[in-house]
Design a protein around this ligand. Structure first.
Ligand SMILES: [Zn+2]
Length: 218
């Protein structure tokens, strides 16, 4: 059977939008030597990139907010891969809160999957300066309810699950849950339940990682 994967990540490149006061992605060419054989088409390309770990589509580890929090080399793969509940709240505007009322209908599915992703429609603002500032947020009450239901992964299509003093970040990461921010293209997922693969780089002792997130309808 042909499998159909949906790309849920933004492209990574120097011109991509980043948080205000955050460093842009930098690419350095280490080698780009052309060979004369094969009509000159052969080349040795080798480069390095410098990237803030919370750039584009990325995942937060508990260490992001807790000095004794878990980091990716020890986070089990099952926490980042598996059946996921998609909560569709299309058309959420600036600063819109995601409240317990928004998730009650999904309770059973969320309890079964332990992974939940919110599609608020905010991704249409990608590239607009307001994207990073006026985004929706998950309230503390909602975060606590999700944790009570056993959630160990929460994903959103906006750049941060909340803003200072970060009650949702603190609740999720303090309970060992991971957070995925800036998911792209969630509208392409048509089913309420889908299979998510969202693997961080195996970065030792760090707080975040860019990732290639993919969805598969089940
Ligand atoms: Zn982050």
């Amino acid at each position: 059977m042909k499998r159909c994967y949906i790309d849920l990540s933004y492209p990574i490149e120097p011109s991509m939008p980043v948080l205000p006061n955050y460093p842009p992605v930098e690419v350095t060419i280490l080698d780009s030597m052309a060979y004369q054989e094969l009509g000159g088409a052969r080349r040795l390309n080798s480069s390095r990139i410098a990237i803030g770990l919370h750039t584009g589509t990325h995942i937060d580890a508990p260490f992001h907010f807790y000095s004794d929090g878990a980091t990716f080399e020890s986070i089990p793969l099952e926490q980042c891969v598996g059946q996921t509940t998609l909560v569709r709240l299309s058309g959420r505007g600036s600063f819109a809160p995601i409240t317990p009322q928004d998730i009650l209908a999904y309770r059973k599915s969320i309890q079964q999957t332990g992974k939940v992703v919110f599609d608020t429609g905010w991704s249409k603002m990608w590239g607009d300066p307001a994207f990073f500032l006026d985004h929706p947020e998950i309230t503390q009450e909602t975060a606590e309810l999700l944790l009570e239901w056993g959630v160990h992964l929460v994903g959103v299509d906006f750049p941060s699950v909340d803003r200072p003093p970060f009650p949702a970040h603190l609740a999720f990461l303090g309970s060992g849950a991971v957070i995925i921010e800036n998911l792209a293209n969630l509208k392409a997922v048509r089913t309420e339940r889908f299979y998510l693969t969202a693997l961080p780089l195996k970065l030792v002792g760090r707080d975040g990682s860019p990732l290639r997130a993919i969805g598969e309808e089940i």
